[in-house]
Design a protein around this ligand. Structure first.
Ligand code: 8HZ
Length: 109
């Protein structure tokens, strides 16, 4: 019972951050980074475990998260990858911070 509640909560957080009103800063994080499309060949050398919220949603729906903690760990990976690849002050880094703040506010509800 508790497990189902936890997963429904994770799904509600995903639904919220994917809403159009957040697109302006969320969009780089909703689908897998495409190093070819973005012309960042170094990406996969720097980022060992790429993660994005589209992949997280697939994983959640496929029952690949045992707990909300596992879900949260992948969510944090999206942000740490962003901060690692996009230096402080870069546009995408700032967008990552905005989405991170939104995510934290929803996570703590
Ligand atoms: C030359 C260059 C420099 C930085 C970027 N970053 C970036 C990223 C990105 C997101 C998460 C992440 O962990 C790493 C990168 N997503 C984008 C998008 C969607 C458009 C433009 C830039 N973007 C792209 C090209």
């Amino acid at each position: 019972k508790k497990y189902q509640q936890e997963l429904r909560f994770c799904e509600s957080v995903l639904t919220e951050i994917m809403k159009p009103k957040y697109q302006k800063f969320a969009y780089p994080f909703l689908a897998a980074v495409d190093p070819v499309a973005l012309n960042i060949p170094s990406y996969l050398k720097i980022i060992k475990k790429p993660m994005d919220f589209g992949t997280i949603e697939k994983n959640l729906k496929a029952g690949q998260y045992q707990t909300a903690k596992d879900f949260h760990n992948d969510a944090l990976l999206v942000f740490t990858n962003c901060y690692k690849f996009n230096p402080e002050g870069d546009e995408v880094n700032k967008m990552g911070k905005q989405l991170h703040e939104l995510f934290d506010s929803l996570w703590k509800e």
